[in-house]
Design a protein around this ligand. Structure first.
Ligand SMILES: [Zn+2]
Length: 410
């Protein structure tokens, strides 16, 4: 069915303010966009009168964890579920992200070797509702004793050959992205953010293998050295980059056309905000989060000034930072990182399309682009908080099909 949206206020993802106009969708593509007084061909299309509401590209979550169990619909104390429950929970989380306007998600690691890969297949064939998904391997870190660390791998091999084998095994299973914790995480183990978890030789081997197997590398990197090695070994996405020094910034800038950075402040603010139950001492986590937030506030303007592509995405899925709250990141970027609503929406849509590897066909409302479209009651370019309320999403379209059609209650 062909669809024409009329009387729309169109935020096209470029970062420009909305304009009044019309947009035509045929099959799964946008075929025409017009600014009034021009119009698009109506022909036999189903007409949707937007009554001045805002039409915008679907959102992209750059740091998704669909297997992290907690969502806005279901609180799970802790991180681990039996395999059957984990599979159903991940499928449910995929639907929840789409309900909330996220038509694409780039995984930052899974709690299962194959679950996200299978989930992506079920979503692509239309059987399950969910965002376009770049599925990840299990989150890879070296062997360790703590139970707090998510994603311990069965295949605990070290050394260059172990890294090559891990990347190659993930690629064979169908992962598109392979996640490594290049540095540790102080929220889990005090001081660990400053520790490198792999040697240069190991990371270089992982990078070489990833290029051979055509998978992307995604890295958790707080320490400056972790950022540098991540860039040098060919990681495509680096999360956090909290303690990047000038040398790390120079390196990131030198690869700015092929690398993405997601500061991931949602989890940081959530850690600061939450009141844990009495038996759960979060004192050191909160102290670390306060330091990280101050660093991010100083770091992000420097990264932007160097033209490095930054994306919202906040590690949602923890008990105090549920899947489904992902659009909260946009508000935090405006409040804490100095972005205007238009700027952060550009990052979450147009830059998101590039992150998904579909930069010339996803993330903009533009002729020829994939029809991932939201119709919003209210103007998020004036108040980005509107996107946190799924009731304000009048329509959610992914790949030319309505997940939520106008008039549908949810
Ligand atoms: Zn994460």
């Amino acid at each position: 069915m062909n669809i024409v949206f009329i009387n729309a206020s169109i935020f096209d993802g470029s970062g420009a303010v909305p304009f009044s106009g019309e947009l035509r969708v045929e099959n799964n593509r946008i075929t025409e966009v017009a600014t009034y007084p021009s119009v698009v061909p109506h022909g036999d299309a189903h007409i949707i009168d937007c009554q001045g509401k805002v039409l915008m590209p679907g959102l992209v979550e750059a740091h998704a964890h669909l297997t992290w169990p907690t969502s806005v619909e279901r609180f799970v104390p802790g991180m681990y579920l039996p395999p059957e429950d984990l599979a159903l929970t991940a499928a449910r989380n995929a639907r929840i992200l789409l309900d909330h306007g996220f038509t694409s998600a780039y995984s930052a690691g899974a709690l299962s070797k194959t679950l996200e890969i299978k989930l992506a297949e079920h979503i692509e064939t239309g059987g399950l509702p969910g965002p376009r998904l770049v599925p990840s391997s299990i989150e890879r870190e070296p062997p360790n004793e703590t139970e707090l660390d998510p994603g311990q791998v069965m295949d605990q091999l070290r050394g260059a050959d172990g890294m090559r084998k891990f990347v190659s095994d993930c690629a064979k299973l169908g992962a598109k992205s392979v996640k490594f914790l290049i540095s540790g995480e102080s929220a889990l183990k005090p001081g660990a953010s400053h520790e490198l978890l792999y040697t240069e030789q190991e990371l270089m081997a992982a990078g070489e293998q990833a290029r051979i197997d055509h998978v992307w590398l995604t890295g958790h990197a707080h320490a400056a050295e972790a950022v540098k090695l991540g860039v040098l070994s060919g990681f495509r996405v680096l999360y956090h980059c909290t303690y990047a020094d000038d040398e790390a910034l120079d390196l990131l800038e030198s690869r700015r056309d092929s690398i993405f950075v997601a500061p991931t402040i949602g989890i940081v603010q959530a850690t600061l905000d939450t009141t844990p139950p009495p038996h759960f001492d979060m004192a050191h986590m909160k102290a670390d989060a306060a330091i990280v937030m101050e660093h991010q506030k100083a770091l992000v303007p420097k990264l932007r000034a160097r033209g490095i592509r930054l994306l919202p995405g906040g590690d949602y899925g923890f008990p105090y930072n549920p899947n489904g709250r992902n659009a909260w990141d946009l508000e935090l970027w405006v409040q804490q990182l100095g972005y205007t609503p238009c700027e952060v929406l550009h990052a979450a849509t147009a830059l998101g399309g590039q992150l998904m590897g579909l930069g010339d066909e996803l993330g903009l409302l533009k002729k020829g682009y994939l029809a991932d479209i939201l119709l919003v009651d209210g103007d998020p370019t004036k108040d980005v908080r509107i996107l946190q309320d799924k009731q304000r999403l009048v329509a959610v379209m992914k790949d030319g099909r309505f997940h939520k059609a106008p008039g549908m209650l949810q």
